[in-house]
Ligand binder design. Structure first.
Ligand SMILES: NC(=O)c1ccc[n+]([C@@H]2O[C@H](COP(=O)([O-])OP(=O)(O)OC[C@H]3O[C@@H](n4cnc5c(N)ncnc54)[C@H](OP(=O)(O)O)[C@@H]3O)[C@@H](O)[C@H]2O)c1
Length: 340
């Protein structure tokens, strides 16, 4: 099969389209013929090998253990392992190809990928393969960070910093579905998209500092984390909550060794003293639970994935460059079907 191969950590320019063996399907796995896969910041982390700590955390010390990048895909079941009960050949599915955290290659940038059955869900008929492939990792991050908050949201004032990105655009729609009043912050070019996704108010971060608007929020859901927590607390009600997602801006944050891990550890320590930083006290959803919730949200039209652009697999370098350098309006997709 054709696949994108990464032999070393470096840049997207090191990725090459090659002919490789089709994956072997384990007993509990499904072989999916990939129709679309999406690019997101965590794929960049493993392609670049940064922060360096990810190499010790399972990605591979000297080079990636799995040479084929990509974790999010949608496609059609080609064959199933002998213990698979939920899917059969010909079924359209979508999901994340990796079991644990996001910092490993998942083999999705290929014509075929082998995926554990519990990581997959049926693709709803009302979304395209591209739309379904754009959802899994961003949706999982949004759901795991919104856990335990659904009861707190109806009628409450929420601010999403970075609302126009992969995670923010889904969090926005999920929080609107929960009945929150949502203010979304992002760059000028994304404000129209934010309104079309249901934002009640929008703030252009190039013109306004949301921490100085004089408005207090019940929840600040912060993707870029570009303000100190002390500034964000200025815009929080005393019993409000601050949730940091964190973004390393493709290396621009300069935290090459440990990334944002020390910052998250500091927040954990502070949360013992500051109620606004406290977690919800409920367990994270498993990936199986999350993909089922995302499927339901897609099928009922509560979330509508926005696609910025689609590239053939052999133009994966250009696709990465577009994600890193340009102002996006939705997700960037790669499709093996066009790779010749
Ligand atoms: N916390 C967790 O549980 C967890 C788990 C896994 C991964 N992650 C991390 O989560 C992140 C997910 O990000 P994503 O997929 O949503 O990224 P994304 O698609 O790049 O979106 C980030 C958004 O933030 C906007 N932004 C940039 N600077 C801003 C500013 N100063 N003020 C307001 N908005 C700003 C960007 O707009 P521009 O176009 O202007 O740049 C973009 O719309 C990744 O970095 C990933 O590593 C977190």
């Amino acid at each position: 099969m054709k696949a994108i191969v990464q032999e070393r950590y470096g840049s997207p320019d090191d990725l090459e389209l090659r002919e490789v063996d089709k994956p072997v399907v384990g007993d509990d796995e499904v072989l999916v013929r990939v129709r679309a896969a999406s690019i997101h910041p965590d794929v960049w982390h493993v392609v670049s090998g940064r922060p360096y700590v990810l190499r010790l955390m399972g990605a591979g010390l000297a080079r990636p253990k799995n040479p084929i990048p990509g974790t999010d895909m949608a496609g059609i079941v080609e064959s199933v392992g002998k213990s698979v009960t939920r899917f059969r050949p010909g079924t359209p599915v979508f999901g994340e190809t990796i079991v644990a955290q996001q910092w490993v290659n998942g083999g999705a940038f290929a014509e075929y990928v082998s995926v554990r059955q519990d990581l997959l869900a049926l693709k709803p008929d009302n979304v395209t393969f591209e739309q379904a492939a754009s959802i899994p990792t961003s949706g999982f991050i949004a759901l795991q960070n919104l856990r335990g908050l659904s009861q707190r949201l109806p009628g409450r004032k929420v601010l999403i910093n970075g609302g126009g990105g992969g995670v923010g655009a889904l969090a926005l729609q999920i929080m609107k579905a929960y009945g929150a009043h949502v203010t979304a912050v992002d760059s000028t070019s994304k404000l129209g998209m934010l309104r079309s996704l249901g934002a009640d108010e929008v703030v252009d971060y190039t013109r306004e500092d949301f921490t100085r608007r004089g408005v207090l929020y019940d929840l600040i859901f912060d993707v870029p984390g570009n303000y100190p927590v002390s500034a964000c607390r200025r815009a929080l009600k005393p019993d409000g909550r601050y949730v940091l997602i964190g973004h390393e801006c493709y290396g621009e944050s300069g935290k090459r060794v440990f990334g944002l891990i020390p910052h998250f550890l500091t927040l954990m320590v502070l949360s013992r003293f500051v109620k606004q930083l406290r977690g919800p006290g409920v367990p994270m959803p498993t990936k199986e639970e999350a993909i089922a919730v995302l499927r339901e949200l897609l099928e009922t039209g509560k979330i509508t994935p926005i696609i910025d652009s689609t590239y053939p697999l052999n133009e994966v370098r250009e696709a990465f460059r577009h994600m890193i350098e340009d102002e996006l309006q939705g997700k960037v997709i790669v499709t093996p079907a066009e790779a010749v």
